[in-house]
Design a protein around this ligand. Sequence first.
Ligand SMILES: [Zn+2]
Length: 219
Amino acid sequence: MRYFKQRMEIVEMFRKLDELGLTVGRSGNISLRAPDDPKIFLITPSGLVKRKLNPEDILIVDSDLEILEGERNPSVESPTHFAIYEKRPEVRAIIHTHSIHATAFAVVHKPIPPILEETVYLIGGEVKVAAFAQAGSDKLAKNVINALENKKAVLLANHGIISCGITLEDAFEVLQCVERTAKVYILARLIGKPTLIPEDVINIEKELYEINNFPFNEK
Ligand SMILES: [Zn+2]
């Protein structure tokens, strides 16, 4: 079986997401760029209960969504995953979930503001909302690319969140950070008026984000 280590990474990540309450049942999907070929991907199948996935359930596909290995149907959200990989060559892992607090923002079409320093240096700043389009559609893929910009997370209106990273652990850390920022904001609203971190700190943290993620960009 090709890419056994990467298949196991996905299987174990879904168990962790389920235990942490960041995903539930059949919802959510994960993909990885193959370590030896940037045009080959591993992606979860649609329809199965994700905490029960086995390594052989993971599909190996190319960027035209041709199935190279696997018996199941690839995630219906595959077009969105591939649009991100095409636009962002540094991205090697994508996680999509319907985690509660991030989805609450997605339902009111409200971006998650930079209220914590880590929201900026881990994610790149405010997490925007991609305009609503049907799950799995090319339109949704287009909307996600527009709202993601060069950051590592985006909300899907009335649906959930996508996080991405240079490793699967990185995408997981981003997902946790988005969920935590959303939860803190909602709780803060109950006891007072949330404030943003100062503009000059936002700019310093944004530079840190750029250096960590796009070290070869010209300034
Ligand atoms: Zn979804």
